[in-house]
Design a protein around this ligand. Structure first.
Ligand SMILES: [Zn+2]
Length: 572
């Protein structure tokens, strides 16, 4: 492609409405333009990267035995009513009526549609397993779309769905997808981790998120450098401490009630009573499916609500309001403790062995000192309920864990029978018995994969593409396009490289060299070949790797084979 002919509107200034690097650079490099809140067009340069990621995805999905199909984005309400999600999905589901007053939605995901297809066509165990996928647009009416294509409302997704006759089959389908995802993200040149994820309300036995490591990532990921354990923050397990000495009642000091006017937060309590946060017990009143519950945790730790939710096996959990707190504790927020509390009490493992603690006295403006379990309050349940942090150890091998930030680009899920049961996707087994199909689902955000690559690979001058997903492999920068020899040599090289299957962008614009070099850096094409008037008269060109900045001078006749060699090397 000749730059002079390409629709490639670059921007020099930093766009004011873009908060993250990928959003800024995708705008500046002429990859995307915003149409409406959370809705973007991909311009040719951006779309080339999208197509490259899609190609890798297709190759690896096909290799793993999945078959591509294409389902409609407009989906009838009836199917969603069958699965129960028409009621449950909330406002993220964009609903509308057609001219015949029939209700529809824009698909935020395709479990219902695929299950409908498979239940109508597959009747026998002989036709299982099946794994079907598509690359299709999704629409999710996010409350707060942001970060460009990273969190937008309309986006391209690869979604795959597996159907198996039994759970052993699902395990195999899942493993194949896990492997395919590793191949995909490795080939895209991304540094990523597959982490254990919370299965949440979807249930099922297993789920992994594929996270691209980036400082700007929205989620925190925990991993163990020793044994490869990795999980997202919600899921990161903290093992029950084994070395806790049992409480010795002989060491219990008399409990005192201390007047602590307006002293509410842990920090205020520590300052007022001159104690460490480790000696204070935080008491959180939460409401799980309508029932109040008290969560106790050490003052220097934080409660992980997802863990509480999973422990209680409830559908909804939230912090209690003042009225509820008053009814179970008899005091306002800030003075709540476990002594005399009128609800179920669950303590985090951080309180195992904790005695003579400070906690709210369940009386406005008072705290209790030297409160002790067994004597002053009851705790029968201990569980892992806290947020993991630096200094914690791996639940598998006990080594110190590390916490890094990441961007979720893929998610795989063992669904089980959640949809197949509701939609009656059944088949006859070898004995002629009717059974429900076992499902898995597997998603990859295509635009997000491109954006996260930019988050991971950029510098102050612009994007640094991994070769595999770069919109072009090579940019030929002709320093002075009016120089006859430069022009003819550039044309010759452009033709040769194109014929050899290299994606070339030829900067043949009549612009100053500085402008061209800046644009080349901004666009981040892995290899730049510079053809300058003086050097080319000596038959020499310069080749520069965008990533390392390494510059080599090379004879004109060798350049084509050199490019092919470097390209092969960069593709791994
Ligand atoms: Zn470990």
């Amino acid at each position: 492609m000749r730059y002079s002919e390409m629709f490639l509107p670059t921007i020099r200034e930093l766009p004011s409405d873009a908060e993250v690097v990928s959003h800024q650079l995708m705008l500046r490099a002429g990859m995307i333009r915003r149409l409406a809140n959370g809705i973007y067009s991909y311009l040719p340069f951006g779309y080339r990267a999208i197509r490259k990621v899609e190609q890798i995805v297709r190759e690896e999905m096909n290799k793993a035995g999945a078959q591509e199909l294409f389902m409609p984005m407009v989906q009838p309400a009836e199917l969603w009513q069958e699965s129960g999600r028409w009621q449950l999905y909330g406002k993220e589901l964009l609903r509308f009526k057609d001219r015949g007053e029939r209700e529809f939605c824009l698909g935020p995901t395709h479990e219902e549609v695929i299950t409908d297809i498979v239940r109508n066509e597959v009747k026998s165990y002989r036709h299982l397993p099946r794994n079907l996928y598509q690359i299709q647009m999704k629409f999710r009416d996010e409350v707060r779309p942001r970060f460009g294509v990273m969190r937008c409302r309309e986006f391209a997704m690869k979604d795959a769905y597996s159907f198996d006759a039994d759970y052993a089959g699902l395990d195999m389908s899942y493993q194949k997808m896990h492997k395919a995802y590793c191949n995909i993200f490795s080939r895209c040149g991304l540094e990523y981790r597959a982490v254990e994820a919370d299965t949440g309300s979807i249930g099922g036995s297993s789920s992994h998120e594929f996270m691209v490591m980036a400082q700007t990532g929205e989620s925190e990921v925990v991993y163990c450098p020793q044994c490869q354990y990795a999980a997202n923050m919600e899921k990161a397990e903290i093992a029950k401490p084994q070395d806790v000495a049992p409480l010795n009642a002989n060491k219990f000091l008399p409990m005192e009630e201390i007047y602590t006017p307006n002293v509410r937060t842990i920090e205020e309590v520590c300052n007022f009573l001159q104690v460490s946060a480790k000696d204070v017990v935080k008491t959180l009143i939460m409401v799980a499916d309508g029932n109040p519950v008290a969560i106790l945790i050490r003052g220097d730790e934080d409660v992980n609500e997802i863990k509480v939710k999973n422990y209680l096996q409830c559908a909804e959990i939230e912090l209690a309001d003042e009225t509820t707190i008053m009814s179970v504790a008899g005091s306002p927020r800030g003075f709540v403790g476990a002594v005399g509390i009128k609800c179920r009490v669950i303590a985090d493992y951080s309180l195992l062995g904790a005695g003579n603690v400070v906690m709210g006295a369940n009386k406005e403006d008072y705290h209790s000192k030297n409160a002790n379990p067994g004597r002053d309050y009851d705790v029968k349940e201990f569980a892992d309920l806290r947020v993991m942090h630096d200094g914690d150890v791996c639940p598998r091998c006990g080594s110190l864990i590390r916490i890094v930030r990441g961007i979720e680009v893929g998610h795989i899920f063992k669904l089980g029978t959640k949809y197949s049961e509701k939609l009656r996707a059944v088949f006859l087994d070898a004995e002629g018995k009717e059974r429900v199909m076992i499902m898995g689902c597997y998603g990859i955000g295509i635009g997000r994969t491109v954006a996260s690559s930019i988050e991971q690979n950029h510098d102050e001058s612009g994007i640094i593409w991994p070769m595999a997903i770069a919109p072009f492999d090579v940019i030929i920068t002709t320093v002075n396009i009016n120089d006859e020899l430069s022009h003819s040599r550039s044309q010759q090289l452009y033709d040769e490289l194109s014929a050899a299957g290299v994606d070339v962008l030829w900067d043949d614009r009549n612009e100053r060299a500085g402008v061209k070099f800046n644009d080349a850096d901004l666009l981040g094409i892995p290899l730049r070949i510079t053809i300058g008037p003086k050097k080319i008269s000596e038959n020499i060109v310069e080749i520069k790797e965008r990533k390392s900045g390494a510059v080599t001078e090379i004879g004109f006749s060798e350049i084509c084979s050199k490019v092919l060699e470097v390209k092969r090397k960069l593709l791994g």
